[in-house]
Ligand binder design. Structure first.
Ligand SMILES: Nc1ncnc2c1ncn2[C@@H]1O[C@H](COP(=O)(O)OP(=O)(O)OP(=O)(O)O)[C@@H](O)[C@H]1O
Ligand SMILES: [Mg+2]
Length: 211
């Protein structure tokens, strides 16, 4: 029963995320685009040069919207898992963290052996969310991500040297709850240590442990 509730909760959390992302980015961007095209239409007779500029800028903006939608689709199911596997997916994640942000990133991540596929995607999503939190909230200079198989367990550690946080008032935040539920469904456990020296998220799940 608890397990079913966990799955329902995760579904709802993920849906809410997608709907918020579509609303906050894609829809807002399309509204802006439509205003830009409206402007181009108004300029068309009076100032054709300006109208042309508006259309050119709209065309660029459409490409930006398409990229955003691609990212949302990728988030829904990381296609690279099916195509290129765990290692290349991790390399892709590392590149996106290391090159787009002002933070030193260290990855030491093993391939999850004997994996059922679902565990790997779950671990991947957990790593993505934890890294997103470090980038968005920690103000850290360094972050370390490691994953190792020890005996029958996979041990994942995401650490930063940022400002830390207080674990209260988390109702409106979904990322950590999402991680907690995923770990629970993998029959694992998690622990967060956080303070003024930074944050460390420790997760342990049984190998191939999806219930
Ligand atoms: N590594 C971190 N360093 C500092 N603060 C953090 C870190 N991770 C989480 N937090 C704090 O914990 C809060 C809850 O994180 P959580 O991922 O649950 O929600 P969120 O990131 O705010 O929003 P979202 O629902 O989009 O994930 C954050 O708002 C932030 O204040
Ligand atoms: Mg978050």
């Amino acid at each position: 029963m608890e397990e079913k509730k966990g799955i329902l909760y995760l579904q709802e959390t993920e849906r809410r995320r997608i709907s918020e992302e579509l609303h906050d980015t894609t829809v807002q961007e399309l509204v802006y685009l439509s205003q830009q095209l409206e402007l181009a239409f108004l300029y068309m007779d009076k100032d054709p040069v300006q109208a042309r500029l508006e259309v050119l800028s709209s065309r660029k903006y459409v490409k930006h919207i398409i990229d955003g939608i691609r990212d949302i689709i990728y988030d829904l199911h990381p296609i690279s898992f099916d195509d290129i596997g765990w290692e290349a997916s991790m390399a892709r994640l590392y590149d996106s963290l290391a090159y787009n942000n002002d933070i030193n990133v260290s990855f030491d991540i093993e391939n999850p052996d004997n994996d059922d596929g679902v565990t790997a995607v779950s671990l991947y999503r957990i790593i993505c969310e934890a890294c997103r939190n470090v980038l968005n909230h920690s103000q850290a200079e360094n972050m370390w991500v490691s994953m190792k198989t020890e005996g029958d367990s996979i041990r994942l550690r995401i650490k930063d040297d940022g400002i830390g946080f207080r674990q209260t008032d988390m109702e409106k935040h979904f990322g950590l709850q999402f991680i907690r539920e995923k770990v629970l469904l993998l029959s694992g456990r998690m622990d967060i240590e956080t303070g003024c020296g930074g944050t460390e998220l420790l997760i342990e799940v049984p190998e191939g442990g999806m219930r």
